[in-house]
Design a protein around this ligand. Structure first.
Ligand code: FPP
Ligand code: MG
Length: 295
């Protein structure tokens, strides 16, 4: 991973603007999941660290923009760029990282470049759907999973597929692995928003619902509640709610086992991904570690 960090720093230095370097170095790098995947899949390829750096810059850009869109003050437990330097700066920094990544991407083979580029269009569509869906209480599971696929799984899918293309491995099997890893990763994230505390989340707990996002545990809960209870849940949607209301939601979720139900969906996706690449021990381990985050 050191080679990826070196590539990232090189690309940032090449932007040739102190302010970009200063702001970028204030960001937390996060888990670098996408970069790790690329390195694992295309370990022997000389350009794997560069491809990994490109994908991480795109991911960082998307989060900068997402925090502006969500008006989020924190990111990974630290103040967001929009909070410290304003939304204009956050958008422009995102633009610079994104376009620098694409400048580097065009030097790759067409199939690799197109795989990554197309995923960014999907990512952006997913973000738009997410914002639209948060305007009302969405109870459609399929619609939710479609949005989730676009917003969070496509870049992971593209990273795995592009890395496979680099070293002539089975592109479709790796794409399926990446897609299911991304989806189950996000479903676990949605669960943790409800079950984990503020300190480990680096953001307020049960924030998704406050932001209007009806994740799987809420969708399943709504299906099972009585009419009166449905009304009560609806009236809490997309607003700051007090402790007794969050407690009521959590109690109902445990009564109707909607966390377990959501976890089962993540588990199934993860099992399918394992099946697609069962002979790759490292990739199977990544899935196991990710699934274990939840408890
Ligand atoms: C986080 O979702 C958001 C994303 C993973 C994708 C955001 C995509 C864009 C803003 C469009 C692409 C833009 C560029 C420049 C490439 P979340 O808000 O549910 O998660 P969070 O809790 O991490 O904020
Ligand atoms: Mg967000």
């Amino acid at each position: 991973m050191q080679r990826v960090e070196k590539e990232i720093q090189r690309l940032i230095t090449e932007c040739d603007y102190d302010e970009v370097t200063r702001l970028f170095n204030m960001l937390s790098g996060g888990k670098r999941l996408r970069a790790k995947l690329i390195l694992k899949i295309a370990a022997e390829h000389k350009d794997a660290p560069l491809l990994a750096a490109i994908v991480e810059l795109i991911h960082a850009a998307s989060l900068l923009h997402d925090d502006v869109i969500d008006e989020a003050d924190t990111r990974r437990g630290m103040a967001s760029v929009n909070a410290t330097d304003g939304s204009k700066t956050a958008v422009m920094l995102g633009d610079i990282l994104y376009s620098k990544a694409f400048t580097e991407l065009v030097a790759f083979d067409k199939d690799v470049a197109q795989t990554i580029a197309a995923s960014v269009t999907a990512l952006s569509k997913g973000e738009m759907m997410d914002v639209k869906m948060a305007e009302e209480f969405n109870v459609d599971e399929e619609k939710y999973l479609d949005m989730l696929y676009l917003k969070t799984a496509t870049l992971i899918e593209a990273a795995a597929k592009a890395a496979a293309l680099l070293v002539a491995k089975d592109a479709e099997a790796h794409a399926l692995y990446g897609r299911n890893l991304g989806l189950s990763f996000q479903i676990i994230d949605d669960i943790l928003d409800i079950t984990a505390d503020e300190e480990s989340l680096g953001k307020p707990a049960m924030n998704d619902f406050v932001e209007g996002k009806c994740t799987l545990p809420y969708i399943y809960l709504y299906e099972l509640l009585s009419d009166d209870e449905k009304e009560r849940l609806l009236s809490s949607h997309a607003k700051k709610i007090d402790k007794s209301e969050t407690q009521w939601i959590q109690d109902k979720m445990s009564e109707y086992k909607t966390i377990e139900k959501s976890f089962a969906v993540a588990q199934k996706l993860s099992d399918e991904a394992k099946e697609a690449l069962s002979n790759d021990e490292d990739l199977v381990n990544i899935l196991d570690t990710m699934i274990k985050r939840s408890y």
